[in-house]
Design a protein around this ligand. Structure first.
Ligand SMILES: Cc1cc2nc3c(=O)[nH]c(=O)nc-3n(C[C@H](O)[C@H](O)[C@H](O)COP(=O)(O)O)c2cc1C
Length: 221
């Protein structure tokens, strides 16, 4: 596989994909990508992350479990906070939704349905990855796992593969653990859809903008 983009270019290019081609992803590629995720730094090199990959029949079985659970226990998408978000953050979420709506409307006129089915990217991708962490770790170790996932995204991008982080599936964490024999001592933190993006799909034509640097950076000298 030729590496065509520099790291800053890959960072600019990455976006979440929500529609994937059927093109298979090789096990060698998935292993290389996860090996990169494993190179991430972590506090005292604890490496608290764990990746469970489902592919082919096993992925289909997982998707059936998620569909069944979703039908019984419909969950909605939100920031996961108990209190309402301050304007600074809620306006970002509103802007992201506004940017998504026209593209989603082309494939699914009911935008709420799309949001509720936030795991749709997961259902359609050839590879679905579950990210888990041992519950014995304190929440601060989410940081280490997040850094590792960032590495995973960039390694995928470098191989021409697209990703979508799918937080919504953590609502079905218990069912996922049962289905994949993941220990009850572990917590499901994220799902990741992985595959070749369908570049013609409207769902893949959205790239929520980012805040200007002066909004996220304070500089003293
Ligand atoms: C922890 C996390 C959870 C997410 N969960 C979902 C999800 O459940 N469904 C979805 O369609 N996108 C999900 N996303 C993708 C975000 O909507 C996306 O990253 C954001 O809008 C910025 O767009 P971009 O990734 O295309 O740059 C999630 C992203 C993160 C980091």
């Amino acid at each position: 596989m030729e590496h065509l983009m520099t790291l800053p270019q890959l960072i600019q290019h990455r976006k979440s994909a929500r529609k994937f081609l059927d093109t298979p992803v090789s096990r060698a590629d998935v292993e290389k990508i996860i090996a990169c995720a494993g190179m991430a730094p972590s506090a005292i090199n604890l490496q608290p992350w764990e990746y469970v990959v489902t592919h082919g029949e096993e992925k289909d079985r997982l998707v059936r479990t998620l569909h069944k659970t979703h039908a019984m226990r419909n969950v909605s998408c939100g920031p996961g906070t108990e209190k309402p978000l301050p304007d600074q953050f809620s306006s970002r979420a509103k802007k992201a939704v506004k940017a998504m709506k026209p593209q989603v409307a082309k494939v699914d006129p009911d935008f709420n349905h799309f949001i509720e089915q936030g795991s749709c990217a997961f259902y359609g991708a050839p590879v679905a990855i579950i990210v888990a962490m041992d519950k014995l770790f304190p929440k601060i170790r989410y940081l280490d796992v997040g850094i590792s996932i960032g590495y995973l995204f960039m390694a995928a991008e470098d191989r021409g593969l697209a990703t979508c982080p799918v937080g919504l599936i953590t609502e079905y964490g218990e069912e996922i653990k049962d289905s994949l024999n993941i220990s009850p001592e572990k917590e499901v933190l994220l799902g990741i859809a992985l595959g070749y993006a369908d570049e013609t799909a409207p769902e893949n034509h959205m790239k929520p903008e980012r805040e200007a640097l002066d909004k996220i950076l304070t500089w003293y000298e």
